[in-house]
Ligand binder design. Structure first.
Ligand SMILES: [Zn+2]
Ligand SMILES: [Zn+2]
Length: 185
């Protein structure tokens, strides 16, 4: 039985095409779904909070939900600007639980943010983890207590580095169940 669903990557001011196409491939492999990169000139400027000098990920989610292509199940915005939600200093990303939209930021995934040398492999791997994590939420997966599982909550970049790019056995099972339920309503 074919499990059909699809994921769109929406560049939000972040336009490194080689990076985004590599990301779509890796996400497709991990999530077992077709992933495409949308063409977009969208900037997240509407979500800027001039007092915090950060961007509201909640506002961005609201905006990108409306950009979802017909027939596509999920959309994930990828940006370089620093994101926050009102209750936290920052977030690596945010998603609508069991919803359609997710967003991640590379701002705090870059080694240079921590005054460390740039490392494109490390940045890519961190991005994959955060993207899988937030997309996992859109499929209804909640936080996992296994620190190595991609669905564990990351409070800091060290937490991100501790986890793998993929689901633990239990999250993988749940993810498979969710997809099967979606394909036979
Ligand atoms: Zn989470
Ligand atoms: Zn897990």
């Amino acid at each position: 039985m074919a499990l059909t669903s699809s994921i769109d990557i929406l560049p939000l001011g972040f336009t490194d095409e080689a990076f985004l196409s590599k990301l779509s491939e890796r996400l497709g492999t991990i999530l077992g779904q077709p992933v495409n990169v949308l063409q977009s000139k969208t900037e997240p400027s509407h979500a800027f909070d001039s007092r915090r000098k950060q961007y509201s990920s909640t506002d961005i989610l609201k905006e990108i939900s409306s950009k979802r292509a017909p027939g596509s199940r999920k959309i994930i915005g990828v940006t370089d600007v620093d994101l926050y939600v009102s209750s936290l200093n920052f977030v690596f990303g945010q998603a609508h639980l069991r919803g359609q939209a997710a967003v991640i930021s590379l701002a705090r995934l870059r080694p240079s943010f921590y005054r460390e040398d740039e490392d494109s492999k490390l940045l890519f791997s961190r991005t994959v983890k955060e993207a899988v994590h937030e997309l996992g939420h859109t499929y209804g997966l909640t936080h996992c207590s296994d620190r190595g599982c991609v669905m564990s909550f990351s409070n800091s970049i060290r937490d991100v580095d501790l986890k793998r790019e993929s689901f633990c056995e239990s999250c993988k099972r749940r993810y498979g169940e969710i997809l099967r339920r979606q394909s036979c309503p």
